[in-house]
Design a protein around this ligand. Structure first.
Ligand SMILES: Nc1nc2c(ncn2[C@@H]2O[C@H](COP(=O)(O)OP(=O)(O)OP(=O)(O)O)[C@@H](O)[C@H]2O)c(=O)[nH]1
Length: 378
């Protein structure tokens, strides 16, 4: 059931402007109530626009009323209490409106608050204001009119009014606390969501990176290779691959131990990576001591030049390898191939054919004495 404001003569203050503004306010309250009840759960854009008009009009009305009280010369005790109620209302309605999404039944709560607050306010303090203005106009001193207003109520009514005022204060404070708690909760949820997103991003990067060498892992290599092949095929551009393997690495491990072996692989990976020139190039750990590079849009001559630069960069590390039957330092062998990837044949992808061809070149580089890079032409 919609709580709507039913106007009757008991609400009249007989102050022309004030009564007119009260009626306008009631009309806005009813308009907002209707919008809330009709649009419950849906987009509350229309209700929000009415709320903003209502808030603006309320503030205008409060300002007018406060000016009127000052012009009429009302006792300052009344003016202060009256202004405080106005201010409290503005704070409360703002708070309630900001929290409306957390309410179980926002239409009933908001409409109920508006209608009962206005009724209480008009029947209570606005009528007291009107009576004091009338008394002052009839020649009574402001302080006397104020005191008389107090005495006008019997003790029971006075106590009741105090209780209602106190109850309103308690509920307002409670409401503000709940709003703050909600706000904090929302901030915490937003912070946790951001942290989770960052953690997910770190996981995503980690799942594609080799933990020892800090370069792309095999899974990432496979994915990038498929993408690069598809692009190269579409553009009919050559795609180059470099397969690279550390020479006599088993002997290195046996001689220097696995930890030194790990450090050696890291140095090699760093040197090899330093030879890439384009953002689209990628070097990955293909297997134990085997690395692979994808060089999009690169022909055989270009690929051979990059492969040779990698071999030279590792040579330049001059990392001792006392157990090698070849050079006295760590070396690598590399094989390259470059081609427009062949269209996928059933059961075999163009990328697999390119890998096999680069692998065969690497095998020949090993057989030819290691520490070199060979292309498919030799
Ligand atoms: N320290 C270390 N060793 C690794 C890692 N991954 C693979 N290896 C070692 O690399 C060695 C590779 O040896 P092989 O495949 O026999 O080849 P190789 O000794 O390098 O000889 P060629 O390739 O013929 O020059 C093996 O002993 C692996 O244990 C790693 O992450 N760390």
């Amino acid at each position: 059931m919609e709580p709507s404001f039913v106007w009757d003569d008991s609400y009249l203050t007989h102050l022309g402007d004030v009564d007119e503004q009260h009626r306008a306010l009631i009309a806005l309250f009813d308009e907002l109530s209707r919008a809330l009840f009709q649009g419950a759960g849906a987009d509350d854009g229309p209700a929000h626009a009415i709320y903003q008009r209502l808030l603006a009009y309320t503030q205008y009305h409060f300002h007018e009323e406060e000016e009127l009280m000052r012009r009429a010369g009302l006792d300052e005790r009344h003016v202060q209490a009256h202004c405080a109620l106005h201010q409290q209302f503005v704070e409360q309605i703002r708070l309630l409106w900001s929290q409306r999404r957390h309410m179980q039944d926002q239409a009933a709560t908001l409409a109920g608050f508006l209608t009962s607050w206005l009724g209480l306010h008009i029947l209570g303090i606005d009528q007291a204001m009107a009576r004091q203005i009338a008394a002052i106009e009839a020649g009574t001193a402001a302080a006397e009119a104020f005191e008389h207003e107090r005495e006008g109520h019997d003790q029971g009514t006075q106590a009741l009014l105090r209780m209602i005022g106190r109850l309103y204060g308690v509920l307002s404070a409670q409401n503000a606390q709940l709003a703050r708690a909600n706000q904090t909760l929302e901030e915490r949820v937003a912070q946790r969501t951001a942290e989770l997103q960052q953690a997910n991003e770190r996981l995503r990067v980690a799942s594609r990176t080799d933990a020892l060498l800090g370069i792309a892992n095999r899974a990432s290599f496979n994915e990038r290779l498929e993408q690069a092949c598809a692009l190269a095929r579409r553009g009919r551009r050559p795609l180059a691959l470099v397969m690279l393997d550390v020479d006599h690495f088993k002997r290195y491990n046996d001689h220097y131990g696995h930890l030194q072996g790990d450090a050696c692989l890291q140095a090699v990976a760093h040197a090899v990576r330093g030879c890439l020139r384009r953002d689209s190039d990628l070097v990955a750990r293909y297997g134990g001591e085997e690395l692979a590079a994808i060089l999009p849009d690169t022909d055989a001559a270009g690929a051979l030049a990059v492969g040779q630069a990698m071999v030279q960069a590792v040579r330049a590390l001059a990392r001792p390898h006392a157990a090698s039957p070849g050079a006295p330092h760590v070396t690598v062998s590399a094989g390259v191939c470059a081609d427009v990837p062949p269209a996928d044949a059933p059961g075999a992808s163009g990328s697999a054919a390119l890998v096999a061809r680069a692998d065969a070149a690497l095998y020949r580089a090993k057989a030819a004495g290691r520490d070199r890079c060979l292309g498919e032409g030799g």
